[in-house]
Design a protein around this ligand. Structure first.
Ligand code: HEC
Ligand code: HEC
Length: 411
C-alpha cells in the first residue's frame, strides 16, 4: 500500500522537481523574467511588487542568515506562520498531489523546492547546485501585502495582491534568525502585525529607532487611489512610505532620508528609488474588493448608513467616497490629522511617527481585515462602534449599533 503513496521525502521533492523540469513558467530569482505582456509600466509595477527584493538579501541573507533557518523549515511550519503558496507557480502534477495529500508537508526539502519554483509569496530564495542548496533569501512587498484565495488548500491558492496578510507572523519568522539574540520583541507581535518603527537597516547594521516595540496591523495596499497621504499617521505619500519600507525595513539596497525621524542613508547603486513610480502605478490600480454576496443584511445596512452619517457622526471624519478627511485641510500638501486623544486610541505609536497624529483611516473592505485600528485594539466591527460610542458619548442603542455594523461590512 505505502508504495503507492507518494508521501515520502524523496517523492515529495521528486514531484516538485518533476513539475519544475516540465517547462512550468518559472520566475527567475529577481522576477525579471516574469512578464505577461502588459504595458511596460503596469507589468513592471506588478513584478516589482511581487518579486523585487531591491537587494534586501544584504539583510535577510548576509545579516540575518535566514537561509540557514529556512532550510530546516517544513512547509507545514511555513504555512502555520502564515506564509502563502502561489498555486499559479505550481505545476498541475504538484497541485494534484497536494490535493490528494501526497506531498509531505513535514519535509523541509519540499520548502526548498517551493522556493525554487518561486511559489512562496513574498519570499525569494535562490536555490543552487546539484544538491539544491538554499543560497540566499530576500523578501518582497507581497510578503505582507498579498494573500491567496485558498483554492487548493488553506494557504495555497491564487494571489490576491494588496490584501493584507493578517495570518502572517512576521515576528515569528524574524525570530528564526540565528543572528537575532533578543527574540522577545519579535515574538510578541503575533499574526498580522509588524513594527516598522522599531529599528532600521542602514546597509551594514540594524540600528535601533525606538526602545520597546509597538506593532501595528498590516494595512491593505488596495483602495488608496485619491487618498493622498499614507500610513496610519499620514507621514507621506505612497512613494515616500514605499521608499522607507523598501530600503530601511525590508533592507533593500537603496537610499532614504527624512530629517523628521532622524534617518539619512545613502546606498549606491540605489535599487529602490528608480522603481517607485512603477510601483506606485501598480498600487493605485489595486481596487478595493467588494463584500462577498450574502455577507451583510441589506436592509440593516441601509439603516446603518443613516446612523453613520447622522446620529453617530462618523462621516464627519470618514467622508465618503474615500471615507477619510486627510485632504480636507486648507493646504492639500499638508495632511489633515487627528490627535490620538481626540479619537481615543494609543498615543505611543503616533509619537514615534513623523506627524505624531493619526490619519482618519480610509475605510475599505473592512469585512476582509479585522482587527481594527492601527494596533488592532478593536477585535471586530462591534468593538469599533462600542469604542466610539464611549469616546464620543454617542448613546447609541443596540439596534443602531447593529445596523451600523452591517453598513460597515459593505464598505
Ligand atoms: C514586513 C511587512 C511589510 C512589508 C514587507 C511591506 N509592508 Fe507595507 N506596510 C506594513 C505595515 C505594518 C504598514 C503600516 C505602517 C504604518 O502605517 O505606520 C504598511 C503600510 C503600507 C502602506 C500604507 C497603507 C495605508 O493605509 O496608508 C502601503 C501603500 C504599503 N505599506 C505598501 C508597501 C509596499 C509597496 C511594499 C514594498 C516596497 C511594502 N508595503 C512592504 C507592512 C509591510
Ligand atoms: C474625529 C474623527 C473621527 C470620527 C468622528 C470617527 N473616526 Fe473612525 N477613525 C478616525 C481615525 C483618526 C482613525 C485611526 C485611529 C487609529 O488607528 O488609531 C479611525 C479609524 C477607524 C476604523 C479602523 C479602520 C481600519 O481599517 O482599521 C474604523 C472601522 C472606523 N474608524 C470607523 C468609524 C465609525 C464607525 C465611526 C462613527 C461611530 C467613526 N469611525 C468616527 C477618525 C474618526
Amino acid at each position: 500500500m505505502s508504495r503507492f503513496i507518494f508521501s515520502t521525502v524523496a517523492m515529495s521533492a521528486a514531484i516538485l522537481t518533476f513539475g519544475l523540469s516540465h517547462g512550468q513558467a518559472q520566475g527567475s530569482a529577481d522576477g525579471k523574467s516574469i512578464s505577461h505582456g502588459q504595458s511596460r509600466s503596469g507589468a513592471d509595477g506588478k513584478s516589482i511588487f511581487r518579486f523585487d527584493t531591491f537587494g534586501d538579501e544584504q539583510l535577510w541573507t548576509d545579516t540575518l542568515q535566514m537561509q540557514q533557518a529556512i532550510k530546516n523549515v517544513s512547509p507545514r511550519t511555513a504555512l502555520s506562520v502564515g506564509l502563502k503558496v502561489d498555486s499559479n507557480a505550481l505545476p498541475p502534477a504538484v497541485i494534484n498531489a497536494i490535493k490528494a495529500g501526497q506531498v509531505n508537508l513535514d519535509d523541509p526539502a519540499v520548502t526548498t523546492q517551493l522556493l525554487k519554483l518561486n511559489a512562496v509569496i513574498g519570499v525569494i530564495g535562490k536555490v543552487v547546485g546539484a544538491n539544491d542548496t538554499l543560497a540566499t533569501i530576500g523578501i518582497t512587498c507581497a510578503l505582507c501585502h498579498s494573500t491567496v484565495d485558498n483554492a487548493v488548500a488553506p494557504g495555497i491558492g491564487r494571489r490576491l495582491d494588496g490584501w493584507p496578510n493578517r495570518t502572517l507572523n512576521v515576528g515569528a519568522i524574524i525570530a528564526l534568525s540565528p543572528a537575532i539574540i533578543n527574540k522577545a520583541p519579535f515574538q510578541s507581535w503575533g499574526p498580522g502585525k509588524f513594527d516598522a518603527r522599531l529599528e532600521y537597516f542602514n546597509g551594514k547594521n540594524i540600528v535601533s529607532l525606538n526602545s520597546g516595540t509597538v506593532p501595528v496591523v498590516i494595512p491593505p495596499a488596495f483602495g488608496l487611489k485619491g487618498v493622498g497621504f499614507e500610513t496610519y499617521t499620514g507621514d507621506g505619500v505612497i512613494s515616500y512610505w514605499n521608499n522607507y519600507v523598501g530600503a530601511m525595513e525590508m533592507g533593500g539596497h537603496g537610499s532614504f532620508s527624512d530629517p523628521r525621524i532622524g534617518i539619512s542613508v545613502t546606498q549606491t547603486p540605489d535599487l529602490v528609488t528608480p522603481k517607485l513610480p512603477a510601483l506606485l502605478q501598480y498600487q493605485l490600480g489595486l481596487e478595493t474588493p467588494p463584500p462577498p454576496e450574502g455577507s451583510f443584511d441589506k436592509a440593516a445596512a441601509r439603516r446603518g448608513e443613516d446612523v453613520f452619517n447622522g446620529a453617530a457622526g462618523c462621516a464627519r471624519c470618514h467622508k465618503p467616497p474615500l471615507f477619510t478627511d486627510v485632504l480636507s485641510g486648507p493646504d492639500p500638501r499638508v495632511p489633515f490629522l487627528h490627535s490620538p486623544f481626540e479619537v481615543g486610541t494609543d498615543p505611543v505609536y503616533a509619537s514615534r511617527s513623523a506627524t505624531k497624529m493619526y490619519r482618519t483611516t480610509p475605510l475599505r473592505a473592512l469585512w476582509q481585515h479585522p482587527p481594527y485600528f492601527h494596533d488592532g485594539s478593536a477585535a471586530d466591527l462591534l468593538a469599533v462602534v462600542n469604542h466610539y460610542n464611549s469616546v464620543f458619548q454617542l448613546g447609541l442603542r443596540d439596534k443602531q449599533k447593529a445596523d451600523l455594523v452591517e453598513y460597515l461590512k459593505t464598505l
